[in-house]
Design a binder for this molecule. Structure first.
Ligand SMILES: [Zn+2]
Length: 424
């Protein structure tokens, strides 16, 4: 890693800046310190004397990719019941370090950790450069009601809650019921360093005794949590699969809605009215259906995925057609749900939603930046934005699959620092 307080000019670039303006052939991206200072055609951007000039050989340059919902928990199987109980906590931490490297090497410059005790505590190591990886926007511990999606495997309740457990696992929760407990849990998450608050608004696929359509936190509880988040200038991201929980979340002020399996027209209208962003996380569903029993996904989880996946795609496609904002997020956790393969979600957006490749790129950059609370800072290449960008072999606008191979991501710049460079 390097730090360059001076000027860098990427020249001879095919620039997709993510703002909606046409592709710039033979373009220049000028970076000063941490920020982009100018983007344009060779003739329109003057490269100052003394700038370090990097000729990218006509390659595709775009904003760094963003995964708006994943988990940095170091899983190496799909067995969410046994593996966390039988693996030493520190082993998970070591694996997360490797997963962060895989993420940055595959072109992800920002990821949103939607629940992990590890991610929030590794952030100082990332900031100081001891660990190399993308910028992490972290929830830390998730808030769940008793008998909620985060009431992990219904272990003795003292073991589930991070405040009382003697058996710390990466997915330990904050169990809270009623407005007062929810406020206190939100404050606890903030105290532990949460960049945003993650809540369980409905049941889910990988929680044995509930179902995606079950409503979990009530509207009053959600409003209290959102109020605490806003008081600390932060936002809320909800696991919300059933329509009732999606509606409660949006009306309650939740910014980002993950999964959205049963999103209906009313939910879509509300999402547009309240400017919420949907992160459908098709990738994990795809992997559960493809690999399920082989990687230890419990039978009940596989069954629920099989029961809901078709409707999920149809419902999100309708929401997309109605103009709801949709961002990429994989829900990957490591191992067979592999960090480094996260560009799969872009491919699935083109296949399942009928997005054009440029729309999938925007969903993974500009819209995803909004989903993680970094709009205005990252997600496009324009003056004043942090210099997060990637240089790619091939053209993702004609073949989105080029992004799925990390070897095609030949340069990665995060906040002006070149963290990967295999450009020949
Ligand atoms: Zn998740």
């Amino acid at each position: 890693m390097r730090s360059n307080g001076g000027l860098i000019a990427l020249v001879n670039a095919r620039v997709f800046d993510g703002t909606g303006r046409p592709l710039i052939e033979g373009g220049v991206v000028l970076i000063k310190g941490r920020e982009v200072v100018e983007v344009g055609s060779r003739g329109s951007v003057e490269v100052p004397e003394g700038a370090e000039v990097i000729d990218v050989g006509g390659r595709f340059v775009m904003p760094g990719l963003i995964d708006a919902h994943l988990h940095l928990i170091g899983m190496r199987t799909g067995d969410f019941v046994k593996e966390p109980l039988l693996t030493p906590y520190d082993t998970f931490v070591a694996r997360v370090v490797r997963d962060l490297e895989a993420l940055i090497n595959s072109g992800f410059t920002t990821v949103c950790d939607a629940g992990s005790v590890i991610a929030v505590r590794l952030k100082p190591a990332l900031t100081e450069g001891t660990v190399v990886g993308p910028r992490v926007v972290a929830a830390g511990m998730t808030l769940s009601p008793t008998f909620g999606h985060g009431d992990t495997h219904y272990l003795p309740i003292d073991y589930v809650d991070v405040r009382t457990t003697k058996l710390l696992t990466p997915l330990a929760s904050l169990i809270c019921d009623g407005v007062d407990e929810c406020r206190k849990a939100a404050r606890h998450a903030l105290r532990e360093g949460a960049d945003f608050i993650k809540i369980m608004a409905t049941g889910g696929v990988l929680s044995q005794r509930d179902r995606p359509e079950y409503r979990q936190f009530t509207l009053e509880e959600i409003k209290a949590i959102v109020d605490e988040a806003r008081a600390a200038k932060r936002f809320v991201h909800a696991h919300a699969q059933g329509a009732e929980g999606i509606k409660n979340s949006i009306i309650g002020g939740v910014k980002t809605i993950a999964h959205a399996i049963f999103i209906d027209e009313e939910c879509s209208a509300l999402a547009k009215e309240f400017n919420s962003v949907i992160v459908p996380t098709f990738s994990i569903v795809e992997k559960i259906l493809e690999l399920g029993p082989k990687i230890g996904i419990p039978e009940w989880g596989l069954r629920k995925a099989e029961e809901t996946h078709k409707e999920h795609v149809e419902n999100v496609r309708k929401a997309y057609k109605l103009g709801v904002k949709i961002a990429t997020g994989t829900d990957f956790c490591g191992g067979p749900l592999k960090h480094g393969d996260n560009a799969l979600e872009l491919k699935l957006f083109t296949e399942k939603l009928g997005m054009r490749p440029e729309e999938a790129l925007v969903a993974a950059t500009k819209v995803a930046a909004e989903a993680v609370g970094l709009e205005g800072k990252v997600g496009t290449l324009e003056k004043g934005k942090l210099a997060d960008l990637i240089v790619v072999n091939g053209n993702p606008l004609t073949d989105i699959n080029v992004l799925l191979n990390p070897n095609n991501v030949v340069m990665v710049m995060k906040e002006g620092n070149i963290v990967k460079n295999i450009l020949k």
